[in-house]
Design a protein around this ligand. Structure first.
Ligand SMILES: [Zn+2]
Length: 488
């Protein structure tokens, strides 16, 4: 029997899922990477104690290694909520079974049925002995930001009906002055739920429970609203990285060169600063595209001739300390006197409805700020005469950028061979000579059009060995050319 999921995307991972329950572990893991975001004030306390929030001192990031305090959601708090969410559905559809005494399956009592999907997946124990181990494993979830940024304290005065702190009958002063510490709305926590040896149905059940659970923590009827988002699923035959490691890496990425994280963090993807080398070739006027052109990209026509001339330019890499950001607000405007903002569209006639368009009419954009610095290499193999412009225009808004050229000194006439050269500048994957590809030891990838860019490469092969004016050795891969034939 093979079970086909109605989520067709899961079918391609059937090797990592079981056709049916197996009583012995088979080592098939599914890790669900979950982003949890509070949508109201929330309190996570340890079991039973009347203490404040659970906090732990941990190392902030892998690169930023100072210790910080983070808010913790303990692992049991998470699955308890999600189990109850799932059991609501089971109860509604009569899918909770009866135990041996005819009692309907109930959580935290002596009457687990031992047959329903909740008992089988999340586990149960019976008073008289016997237990089913849980196949849903969780870890403590950490706030990405530090305690000081994501929490607040407030004094709650428990006032009487007459609005004062004195009992209207006895006149005695109230003693119910409490200070509560809570997690602020729009705080993000990262979490991994690891499922072992599950069927596709069990996987869908757990995912649904995560996505449908919306209240966590103490006094969750009044606060503790939370939204869970499934960021990724990893199918593997072993455990992947830990929750804390993931939080630390994400912290580094979000922090970048800033002193502290933004708060609140945006759910949206933040684009990374880079300058594609094909765009740069146009910007440098190494080639030119016509003003009026409605056909497909002209990379082959425009960049192909540069290959013949031995001219090549690498992507622009922003220096870690050369980045500034600016935030700007935009409004799309119409050129008519009358206009009206409709749902995702701008209407220009009073009595006419307009269709929604698929670009935003207003919003915020984050842009590279003044003073940001990027560098690139211009390779001129034949030493032909090239005009090196002092200024170019870049990006969506044709912003002006100043260029500072520096001529590198070639150390040897022929390329030199290097075993594993770390590179701190971006490479275009389509432009690398094919012989080099097997010698790419490590890299990160930016999936951008028209060809992916590689960063932090460790590369073996032939390099031009140059020296900068400051006496620094520079190794640039030899044989790079615009891969215009490969990207078509
Ligand atoms: Zn049960």
């Amino acid at each position: 029997m093979s079970i086909i999921s109605n989520l067709s995307v899961l079918n391609q991972y059937s090797d990592y899922l079981l056709p049916r329950y197996s009583n012995f572990p088979l080592g098939r893991y599914v890790s669900l990477l979950v982003v949890r975001k509070t949508e109201s004030e929330t309190i996570f306390r340890t079991e039973g104690s009347g203490e404040g929030l659970v906090k732990e001192t941990v190392i902030a990031g892998v690169e930023h290694t100072r210790p910080i305090r983070r808010v913790v959601i303990s692992k049991r708090k998470q699955t308890a909520v999600e189990r109850r969410t799932g059991r609501e559905v089971l109860r509604e559809h009569d899918l909770l079974k009866k135990d041996t005494k005819g009692q309907i399956c109930a959580l935290n009592t002596n009457a687990p049925c031992g047959k329903c999907i909740d008992c089988m997946l999340y586990g149960y124990a019976v008073g008289g002995g016997g237990a089913q181990k849980s196949r849903v494993m969780t870890e403590d979830a950490y706030s990405i930001g530090p305690v000081a940024q994501v929490t607040e304290r407030r004094t709650f005065n428990a006032t009487y009906d007459n609005g004062t702190m004195r009992n209207p009958l006895t006149g005695e002063a109230s003693t119910s002055i409490n200070e509560d510490e809570f997690v602020l709305p729009e705080t993000h926590f990262l979490d991994i739920e690891t499922l072992k040896d599950v069927t596709v149905g069990e996987l869908q059940y757990v995912i649904a429970n995560i996505l449908r659970s919306s209240r966590y923590g103490a006094i969750s009827s009044r606060m503790g609203k939370m939204r869970n988002m499934l960021a990724a699923m990893i199918f593997s035959d072993t455990e992947v990285f830990s929750n804390l490691e993931m939080t630390q890496v994400v912290y580094d990425q979000l922090l970048g060169n800033n002193d502290e994280l933004d708060f609140p963090l945006s759910d949206g993807y933040e684009s990374e600063p880079l300058i594609g080398n094909y765009a740069l070739a146009y910007a440098l006027s190494l080639c030119a595209a016509p003003y009026n052109w409605s056909g497909p990209p002209r990379y082959k026509e425009d960049l192909g001739p540069l290959n013949n001339k031995g001219l090549y330019v690498t992507p622009g890499t922003f220096a870690p300390n050369g980045l500034r950001y600016a935030l700007s607000q935009f409004n799309a405007q119409s050129d008519s006197y009358y206009f009206r903002f409709d749902q995702n569209a701008i209407a220009t006639e009073p009595n006419k409805k307009v269709r929604a368009t698929n670009f935003p009419q207003s919003g915020k954009i984050r842009m590279l700020g003044l003073g940001s610095r990027a560098s690139f290499f211009l390779i001129n193999l034949q030493g032909i005469e090239v005009r090196l412009p002092p200024y170019i225009r870049l990006g969506k808004f044709n912003s002006k950028a100043r260029l500072k050229w520096e001529k590198l000194t070639l150390k040897s006439e022929q390329p030199v061979e290097r075993g594993e050269q770390p590179l701190d500048f971006l490479l275009n994957a389509a432009d690398l000579p094919p012989a080099v590809i097997p010698h790419l030891r490590a890299f990160s990838i930016y999936n951008v059009h028209p060809a992916p860019l590689l960063s932090r490469c460790h590369l073996g092969g032939n390099f031009w060995h140059c020296v900068s004016g400051a006496g620094k050795d520079v190794y640039v891969p030899a044989g790079m050319r615009f891969g215009v034939d490969a990207i078509e």
